[in-house]
Design a protein around this ligand. Structure first.
Ligand code: NIG
Ligand code: FE
Length: 399
């Protein structure tokens, strides 16, 4: 929620001289999904967008910002990250880069480090990655528990996360806790019982890692169903490392998002296309595990809504950079620059079932990025270059 101080603010700003403004409103500008307006301006009042259009028709305001013929787009919506953790896994990454395969087992290393960390350590770590992400244009992020795996450690992670975002996800079912290695059924009972009771007050979402070596389809269904009964909305780590039941389960339970979607049958693609469930692709994970890329083109051609996010975590994808993910998606996953930018903004909002972010239309939050480039296409065209030169969040300039 936005603080009352922000909501009450009536400060207004007009950003003018925008060479290309991405609104994500197909009824604006060029009529494409990006709703691209050339030679544009955008007016902000308080924390909201109040007007966008041709700069020659802009309303008068006291506070004018000259975009200098550069591009403006909605702030990135990173709808999938794991930022409450301690330590890193440099050695594991090094081993992978000399040929070792990624496995979910590495999660245990981070669980041990996270349990041993103080609240202050976890808070400091989270704040550091959030600051990194904000400098790269992320104005909304989702984040999860999943490196505690005890009642106390999962609730602690969510409490810390909830101080920074409304988009908090309970992932007690990341792997079977090492304390229950011989009793997975007992762990599922804990996750759907006492742990859920302790965690539900802090979370909006419930997630499960549905994968060999983590939770099978029946366990995942039991976990997500228990979360739904407590008022949490489901999302799921699905079909990341192998084919499996995750995507079908996501559709069956009307999950907001099926995340990863790297190994899909044509039935999986059809199920997504005929559902409200967004496919969230996380190319940082394939980059950092040297795995095959998810086929974004196949999903888009089937009519599936695609989101792009970082999956930022110390194991499989240690990047907080949405621009990096956009560049990978364009280079290696068959997306056009327009599609990738849409997926990293409006797509992320769809994966969080939000309509107040991810677009620059009157009434939406004034979360936006000023690029040091004349077009959003440069995010993919100039990979690795720090092009984000200004960020407004809730109408206030923060970068
Ligand atoms: O989304 N797939 C499961 N969870 C994370 C990886 C977690 C880890 O390796 O620490 C992911 O890739
Ligand atoms: Fe993940």
């Amino acid at each position: 929620n936005v603080s009352p101080a922000h909501s009450a603010s009536t400060a207004s700003t007009l950003i003018t001289n925008i060479a290309a403004l991405v609104t994500n409103d197909p009824s604006s500008g060029d009529g494409s999904p990006l709703g691209l307006v050339q030679d544009a301006a955008i007016a902000i009042e308080g924390n909201r967008v109040v007007w966008t259009g041709d700069q020659s028709k802009a309303p008068a305001t006291d506070n004018r910002v000259d975009a200098g013929g550069r591009a403006v787009l909605p702030g990135f919506v990173d709808s999938h990250s794991h930022l409450v953790f301690a330590g890193d896994r440099t050695q594991e990454f090094n081993a992978r880069m000399s040929g070792r395969a990624y496995s979910a087992g590495g999660i245990r290393t981070t669980v041990a480090a996270t349990r041993a960390a103080s609240d202050e350590d976890l808070e400091r770590n989270l704040t550091r990655y959030l600051a990194e992400a904000l400098r790269q244009g992320t104005t909304t992020f989702e984040t999860k528990s999943g490196y505690g795996l005890t009642v106390e450690d999962e609730a602690r992670a969510l409490r810390i996360a909830a101080a920074h975002t409304d988009e908090v996800t309970y992932l007690g079912a990341h792997i079977v806790s090492p304390d229950h290695a011989d009793d997975p059924a007992g762990y599922v009972s804990l996750v759907t019982g006492e742990m859920l009771d302790a965690c539900a007050p802090y979370a909006r979402w419930i997630d499960v890692f549905c994968e060999k070596g983590a939770f099978d389809g029946d366990q995942a269904r039991a976990i997500l169903t228990a979360g739904k009964a407590r008022g949490l909305h489901p999302r799921i780590h699905a079909n990341q490392l192998s084919y499996g039941p995750g995507v079908q389960l996501a559709v069956e339970l009307d999950a907001a998002s099926a995340d990863h979607c790297t190994h899909l049958t044509s039935e999986d693609v059809d199920a997504l296309a005929n559902s409200r469930t967004v496919a969230t692709l996380l190319p940082g994970a394939e980059f950092s595990t040297r795995a095959e890329w998810p086929d974004a083109r196949r999903l888009l051609d089937a009519g599936v809504t695609v989101a792009l996010s970082t999956d930022c975590n110390p194991g499989s994808s240690f990047t907080s950079s949405v621009p990096f993910c956009v560049a990978l998606a364009v280079r290696d996953m068959g997306m056009t620059p327009d599609e990738a930018v849409w997926s990293a903004t409006a797509g992320g909002a769809a994966a969080l079932r939000r309509e107040d972010i991810g677009r620059l239309t009157p009434g939406a939050y004034a979360d936006l990025i000023l690029l040091d480039a004349p077009s959003h296409v440069h995010l993919a065209y100039r990979p690795g270059v720090p092009l984000v030169s200004g960020v407004w969040r809730r109408g206030m300039r923060v970068v």
